[in-house]
Design a protein around this ligand. Structure first.
Ligand SMILES: [Mg+2]
Length: 313
């Protein structure tokens, strides 16, 4: 999830929308495909189960869903889409020949955003599809802006807080270790004083990228924690794993060899890191793990910077 967000963090123009048309009648699908293909990438499913499968694998912007189908009917498809975190944000428009109020009420209760009745009116279909795609894309963009750090494109503090709470609970529930790395840039104030704030920003971007490339698992989170402070959440990672990621981050950042004349003796940009790993420790709280990682970071500073210190609870 985080990777997908990061890739689009620079907020490009909206990509071509993806629409899934679900109908057991090939003729209806063809008709809708003809209507929409100029503006959208149109995917097709002729059964409810096929629709559910596609909805999980494609990042869809809209589903046009027939109600009456032989295997899984449209209402059931909609119910399952809305129950699945992976698909629940996809807007669903029912396309139905049944013009009874009761069906419309049921559809809205199931989470549909709109209705189109058969026989379809091309102008109506196009207008409604356009409206709901625009709403979906705007919602996606706002979600992204709300969770991404504007400068570096990695997760922001809000996203960190959310993710940390989720992974903390998961670790307690499954009794799996959780590692947290906090790190910051050594002598960053001196860097800004000498090279200016624009160079400082470029430095933070380079550091975020170098650190990001040290993480390889999809659930690992790297976030900008504060000004020149960063944090990594490593779910299901023991103290050895945490230390090896910290060491890789340090190595990647040193390998960039960003000049920093006021950071003797090497005169390049380095970071200091603190790693805290939680095994099974009933009294621990999310805050205490952050505090312990911060203490390790401080130890790394005192010990001479450009290094990490680690502890397991
Ligand atoms: Mg049908």
């Amino acid at each position: 999830m985080v990777n997908a967000m990061d890739e689009s963090a620079s907020l490009p123009a909206f990509p071509r929308p993806k629409v899934l048309v679900v109908d057991d009648q090939a003729l209806n699908i063809r008709l809708l495909h003809e209507l929409l293909r100029a503006d959208c990438d149109v995917y097709m499913a002729t059964s409810g189960s096929q629709a559910l499968e596609l909805a999980r694998s494609l990042m869809l912007d809209l589903i046009l869903l027939d109600v009456v189908m032989p295997d899984v009917d449209g209402h059931e498809v909609c119910r399952r889409l809305k129950a699945d975190p992976l698909t629940q944000a996809i807007p669903v428009i029912f396309i139905t020949a049944q013009q009874e109020m009761a069906d419309e009420v049921k559809g809205f209760e199931l989470g549909a955003v709109d209705f189109i009745t058969k026989p379809i009116n091309p102008v109506t279909v196009k207008a409604r599809v356009r409206t709901h795609i625009a709403l979906k894309q705007q919602a996606d963009m706002l979600k992204r802006i709300a969770l991404v750090d504007g400068l570096t494109g990695i997760a922001n503090r809000r996203r960190f807080d959310e993710a940390f709470t989720i992974f903390w609970r998961q670790s307690q529930r499954d009794q799996t270790p959780l590692s947290l790395i906090l790190f910051d840039v050594d002598f960053f104030k001196r860097y800004n004083d000498r090279y200016g704030h624009q160079a400082g920003d470029q430095c933070l971007i380079a550091i975020a990228n170098a650190a990001k490339s040290a993480l390889h698992r999809p659930n690992d989170v790297i976030a900008r924690y504060g000004g020149e402070e960063f944090a990594c959440i490593l779910p299901n990672t023991d103290s050895n794993g945490g230390a090896s990621v910290a060491s890789k981050i340090l190595e990647n950042i040193c390998a960039q060899a960003i000049e920093h004349r006021d950071a003797p003796p090497r005169c390049i940009v380095t970071v200091s890191l603190g790693v805290a790993t939680l095994r099974i420790f009933p009294e621990a709280t999310p805050e205490s793990l952050i505090k312990v990682a911060d203490e390790q970071l401080y130890k790394a500073k005192v010990a001479g910077r450009s290094r990490f210190e680690a502890i397991a609870l």
